[in-house]
Design a protein around this ligand. Sequence first.
Ligand code: ADP
Ligand code: MG
Length: 354
Amino acid sequence: MAEPGAEPILEVRGLVKHYPLTRGVLFRKQVGAVRAVDGVDLRLERGRTLGIVGESGCGKSTLARMLVHLERPTAGEIRYKGEDITRLSGRALKAVRRNIQMVFQDPYTSLNPRMTVGDIIGEAYEIHPEAAPKGERRSRVQHLLDVVGLNPEYINRYPHQFSGGQRQRIGIARGLALRPEIIVADEPVSALDVSVQAQVINLMGRLQSEFELSYVFIAHDLSIVRHISDRVGVMYLGRIVETGSHTEIYDHPTHPYTQALLSAVPVPDPRSREHRERIILAGDVPSPTDIPSGCRFRTRCWKAREQCALEIPALAVPAGYRLTTGPTAHASACLFAEEKQVARAGAASENGPG
Ligand code: ADP
Ligand code: MG
C-alpha cells in the first residue's frame, strides 16, 4: 500500500461530460446540455478504495464509464500513474484499458444470457489474446470461478442458472480475468438482496488484498461503502461536494449534503439514535440541464443564504478549520462548511462500551 501523498495510481482533474440537448430532426440545433459530470477531481491511492456516493442521477455511472474508457470526456484529465490517458489511442490505449476494469451495477442485464459463464469470463482473452495462451484459458476461468467462490464445474452453465449474488460473482470474475490493477465497481451490490450485499462486499475486500487491487467503489448510499472505503467522495449534481478520509466523512462531515445523507443512515445502537437529528432535504434534485447558480446544492440546503446563489464554492479545506492540506485534505465545497454532530452511526462501538 502506498504512503499517503505518494503518487496516486489514478487521478482525475476537472473531468467533465456534457451531453448535448438538441432540437429538430433535419436541422439539429443544440439547445442546451445535460451536465452529467461537471468538473470532478479525484485521487485513488494504490491498494486503496475510494468510495463515491451520491443520489441517483448525480453522474456516478457517467464518471465510471469515463474512467474505464467506455465514454470520452468532454474535458479534463484522467491520469493513470501520472499519464493522461484521455488522449491515448491504438495499442497504448488497449494496454491501459486492460489494467482498468469495470464491474457493472446490474448482474441481471450485464451478462449475456446466451453465453456460458466460461465464455463470459473468458471473453476478455479474445480481445487481449496476449493475456492468456489459448490452451490455458479454460483452466484460468475455472480458477477465477473458484476465486470468487463458485464451483469451477459451473463453467458451462448459463447466467439464468445462478442467483443474483452468484451472477455478480461472475461479473467480478470477468473483471478480474485480465488481472487489472484498478476495478471501477458501479453500484455492484445495489441490485442485490440486502442479505447478499455484505457477502459480495466481503468478497471484494478479500480479492483486493489477494490481487493487490485499487477500487473505485460507487454506491448511492453512504452505508454501503462504509466498511470498504479508505476515502470517500460525495457527489451532487455532477460534482464532488465533500471528500476526505473514512473517519473525516463519517465522523466529521462538514458539507450540509453529506450531513443530510448521514442522518438518513440507520443507526444500529439505540443510545446514539436518541441523540440524532434527521435532516430532511427540501425539494428534489434539480435537473442537470438546469443547474442552479452559485452553489448547486443551495436549492435544497437548510443553511443557504443569499451569498450561496452568487458564489461557486470551491472544493477546499474550510478556512481555519483543519490542519490537513494538499491532495489528501478533508475538503468541502460549501461557503459555510462546519462540523455538525449528525448520525455518528456506529459511534458507540468505535468509542468502546460505556
Ligand atoms: P447516476 O449513475 O449517478 O445515477 P448517471 O451518470 O447515470 O447518474 O446520469 C447522470 C445524468 O446524465 C442523468 O441526468 C442522466 O439522465 C444523464 N445521462 C446519462 N447518460 C446520458 C446520455 N447518454 N445522454 C444524455 N443524458 C445522459
Ligand atoms: Mg448509475
